[in-house]
Design a protein around this ligand. Sequence first.
Ligand code: GNR
Ligand code: NI
Length: 185
Amino acid sequence: MAIRPIICLPDPRLRLVSKPVAKVDEGVRALMDDMLETMYDAPGVGLAAIQIAESTRVVVIDTAKKDDPPTPLFFVNPVITWSSEEKSTHEEGCLSIPDYYEEIERPARVRVRFLDRDGNQQEMDTEGLLATCIQHEIDHLNGVLFIDYLSRLKRERAIKKFAKAAKRSADDPDDDRPKMGGPRE
Ligand code: GNR
Ligand code: NI
């Protein structure tokens, strides 16, 4: 197992459509283990493979509360087969868009079909944070980010912040000042 670097905006790989997994083999399970370790270290409640630069349709999620036992979930080739009409709003963040949070409205409940860690097909009904999170992660597999649901003004403001931070690091590789915040933000 290894903690891997998480890629961030404006990295163009975040816009790739990830490829389906043909077979859940030891290589895929090793990737899932690295993803889980990387997610727990971050820490986050979900991670899509593309966030560690692997363009494959693999997601890990753990929405257990901090003091409860871990409940890691593994999703290969996940597909939403049903969404509720009812919506719910959660504040979302993304490990690939550090320090940026906004309220996003999505279906309150979704049913997801996927292959599990052993390659067996499963279907799961989700609600609450898990429903929000699986929709956020499946979006990553399709190159979609939560900021895409914001008004154009808000989205462009968010993207601009990251473009500035990336340019500053490119101009001066030793510049490891925090890339967000400050009086001008
Ligand atoms: O850690 C994360 N928290 C979170 C909170 C609300 C909605 C979605 C998420 S997923 C995010 C980790 C991440 O970037 N996954 O892609
Ligand atoms: Ni994310």
